[in-house]
Design a protein around this ligand. Structure first.
Ligand code: HEC
Length: 128
């Protein structure tokens, strides 16, 4: 029984610690908040995607949207991420407006990405 209690106590302490860690991360972000620099993907999106999109630089936009596949943090689970990135890239390559791909990916993944991965530096996986 004592063992059981200790286990429960240890587990709840761990849960409290995890919650505090999360709260702390949410309360003092290192990026993306007023007075902080933009977060890595946020900065990349602005420079490499939104800027060529605004200027209708379709070739650069297509290249960068295609590169987004290699940024997918959960490639074995976030299948639509790759689909949206590839659709957007194909649209830009063929001089169609890729905006639906932007909106779809943001709707489905932006909040999830920001909850788990926002502060991590951008890593482009090799080979896809
Ligand atoms: C495959 C997914 C995906 C696609 C496609 C995509 N985005 Fe994003 N975008 C994201 C994610 C995830 C973020 C959140 C990054 C952050 O805030 O740290 C983001 C953030 C942004 C931001 C930053 C907004 C801010 O807070 O300053 C801009 C601008 C942006 N995207 C523009 C675009 C445009 C324009 C397109 C289409 C031409 C596009 N994105 C396509 C996933 C995508």
């Amino acid at each position: 029984m004592i063992l059981g209690r200790q286990l429960v106590a240890a587990l709840s302490l761990a849960a409290v610690a995890a919650t505090m860690g999360r709260a702390q991360a949410a309360n003092s972000p290192h990026c993306g908040a007023p007075g902080k620099p933009p977060c890595p993907l946020q900065r990349w999106m602005r420079r490499e995607v939104a800027a060529p999109y605004a200027k209708r630089h379709d070739a650069a936009l297509a290249k960068h949207l295609a590169e987004l596949v290699r940024v997918n943090p959960e490639p074995s689970r976030w299948h639509h991420w790759d689909l949206f990135a590839r659709e957007g890239a194909a649209d830009a390559r063929e001089h169609r407006d890729p905006v639906l791909s932007c909106v779809r990916c943001h709707d489905v993944y932006r909040a999830k990405y920001n909850a788990k991965y926002r502060e991590r530096s951008l890593a482009f996986r090799q080979g896809s």
